[in-house]
Design a protein around this ligand. Structure first.
Ligand code: SF4
Length: 391
């Protein structure tokens, strides 16, 4: 198979791996001999902040497993291809020289032999780092079945590594991926987390991914495991990928998971990582799922009318970031500006980046309700205010 065909097969297959935090591929560049590659270039967010264009590609789409949710699974008829390390590193460096990409996210199916596939992933990264002296961003996938030696080497070569858990616990994973062992995956994540923490190797972070809804798990199960991964496993990010059925796979008749569910999980995850929320601050319905109609922060404030309204000239950071429309950056800016002079009107909060339309229902500015107070969901009467709701 020629290189161009391999690229379209192996880059197309890689688009379902979200562990590199990629957005949509870039488009609209001028014509070039490498143009078939352009659609596989993604803007990826970096461990130290910012984004850069990366090539997202698989080493191989051959696989010995038959994970029920996966369109690469062995039961499905499709063309198979593999790169050799020399071939892939040459291809990637030609893109670097043309300034098309600054990094690579190298993932893979298991191949016919996991050890050999991991050897190839490592060999590709070694060629890039040592022969081509590539100093840019490298994200390497750690496959189920990778050994300790692979992990050590990957951590020295990559900026980021990922092990995909796919499901939030052993029972759920067994339902959708019999070839995978949840506890083994978790112990790899633990080992990587310990190595990143204890040794100043190159890799600075690790991520993982869940396929949302394939195992009929609840959001609560996903977020419970997510909080444990952040707390005990030194994980940088969890990515959520809404299940979509593929024809010819065992789950082809399962309904696709709406993207809004994935979005709500990201919102809850954000609250847990950046807003000081704990899992018991997140409200779930009686099936253990997040509301699809309202974001988790709005649901939280609706369960805590006793906390509002807040006086913007007195509220602290922790209180402010609980309000819909106020994030950590805008809250800090508000605190900085407040030192110089008090806020007198709700419109002044725009200069902090606060989304007033969302926040006004929960705020007082110099003791005044918003002119749109009639839209508020809570009792903002003076009686309610004097009962301790105003801070
Ligand atoms: S191991 Fe499972 S998820 Fe990964 S490529 Fe193979 S079938 Fe797909």
């Amino acid at each position: 198979m020629d290189t161009e065909k391999k690229i379209s097969l192996l880059a197309d297959s890689a688009r379902f791996d979200l562990s590199c935090s990629c957005g949509a591929p870039e488009t609209g560049r001028v014509r070039d001999p490498l143009e078939p590659l352009y659609k596989w270039i993604y803007p990826a967010s970096l461990p130290q902040g910012g984004v850069m264009p990366v090539l997202k590609i698989l080493m191989t789409n051959q696989c010995v497993n038959s994970c029920k949710y996966c369109f690469i699974c062995t039961d499905k008829e499709q063309a198979r291809a593999s790169f050799e390390p020399e071939e892939l590193s040459r291809l990637f460096m030609s893109m670097v020289k043309k300034r098309l990409v600054k990094g690579i996210f190298l993932s893979s199916a298991s191949g016919l032999n996991v050890t050999r596939t991991m050897d190839k992933i490592i060999a590709t990264a070694e060629i890039l780092r040592f022969r081509h002296r590539f100093r840019g961003y490298v994200h390497l996938k750690i496959l189920p079945g990778a050994d300790a030696g692979h992990i050590e080497k990957a951590l020295h070569l990559a900026d980021r590594v990922s092990v995909n858990l796919e499901a939030p616990n052993a029972k759920r994973l067994e339902n959708i991926a019999r070839g995978k062992n949840y506890n083994e995956l978790l112990s790899k994540i633990k080992q990587i987390g310990n190595l990143i923490r204890s040794r100043p190797g190159r890799a600075r972070s690790q991520t993982t991914q869940f396929v949302v809804g394939a195992a009929r798990e609840s959001d609560k199960e996903l977020l419970l495991t997510t909080t444990q991964l952040y707390k005990d496993y030194n994980l940088y990010r969890v990515y959520f990928s809404a299940f979509q059925p593929f024809q010819g796979t065992p789950l082809e008749n399962l309904q696709p998971v709406p993207l809004i569910r994935e979005h709500r999980l990201y919102q809850a995850d954000f609250l847990l990582r950046k807003y000081g929320f704990r899992l018991d601050d997140i409200f779930f319905n009686n099936t253990g799922d997040l509301s699809l109609d309202k974001d988790p922060k709005t649901v939280w404030v609706e369960h805590h009318p006793e906390m509002f309204p807040l006086e913007v000239n007195k509220a602290d950071l922790g209180q402010l970031i609980r309000i819909p429309g106020i994030g950590p950056l805008s809250a800090r800016k508000l605190l900085d500006l407040r030192v110089r002079s008090k806020f007198r009107r709700i419109g002044e909060l725009r200069s902090c980046g606060i989304r007033i339309e969302q926040a006004r229902n929960y705020l007082l500015v110099s003791g005044q309700y918003s002119p749109h107070a009639e839209q508020m969901k809570f009792d903002f009467s003076p009686a309610a205010a004097s009962s301790g709701g105003i801070q």
